[in-house]
Design a protein around this ligand. Structure first.
Ligand SMILES: [Zn+2]
Length: 216
């Protein structure tokens, strides 16, 4: 039944390349895939100071990557999750990184923001990544208790304070001794993922890796 629905949906709303807008079943055409290479950094780092153990960022946050991430997050372009998922799944280094983890946890948004935006951009991609890897996606473990001012609207030095005590963990038994991949769209100061890692580690997670699409 699901296949039939998918088939009909594809006829009415054919998938397009999220970058150039041309029809493309894959959500990312060959031309754009090549075009995006110039933003690719595949920046990997073991973390000594933070609460997470290692991190990887795929692109520099600029040009078309920046434009598309802004559209994805703030301009209702939810369908871009397909393109971003495709980009990650086609990236060998990212896939190698994903293999080290049992669970993928999207950085949460507050329920009020979920109501106005209609989707959590990190969750849509995390869900797709879990489909094609051995990780399980868990979106009911890490939650946000306060609807804070968006980090993107604050100066870098204000961001650490802004996310303090904002996240909490539920269903602790699911993360005990597990390797968790925290997924977010953009990494700027690292305050958000660090705060998330702090509560996850505090609740018993064994290891935490951070993957973001871009690094500012
Ligand atoms: Zn394209």
């Amino acid at each position: 039944m699901k296949e039939i629905i998918d088939y009909i949906l594809e006829l009415i709303y054919p998938t397009t390349c999220g970058i150039c807008g041309k029809f493309c079943k894959e959500a990312l055409c060959k031309k754009c895939e090549i075009k995006l290479k110039k933003y690719e950094i595949n920046y990997f780092k073991k973390s000594k100071k933070g609460y997470f153990n290692e991190s990887m960022h795929i692109f520099r946050y600029e040009g078309i990557i920046r434009d598309k991430l802004i559209s994805y997050k703030f301009q209702d372009k939810a369908y871009l999750y397909r393109t971003f998922s495709k980009i990650i799944l086609k990236n060998e280094k990212a896939c190698d990184f994903l293999k080290n983890y049992d669970i993928i946890v999207p950085v949460p948004i507050h329920k009020k923001r979920m109501l106005t935006r209609g989707y959590n951009q990190t969750e849509l991609v995390a869900h797709e990544l879990a489909k094609y890897t051995s990780m399980k996606m868990e979106n009911k473990i890490l939650l946000k208790r306060k609807n804070i001012i968006s980090q993107s609207q604050l100066k870098k030095y204000q961001r650490k304070e802004n996310v303090k005590n904002v996240f909490f963990v539920k269903n602790i038994e699911k993360i005990l001794d597990k390797r968790i991949l925290l997924f977010d769209d953009i990494y700027t100061t690292g305050s958000t993922v660090n705060e998330c890692s702090k509560v996850l580690k505090g609740a018993g997670a064994k290891e935490i890796g951070v993957l973001t699409i871009a690094k500012d």
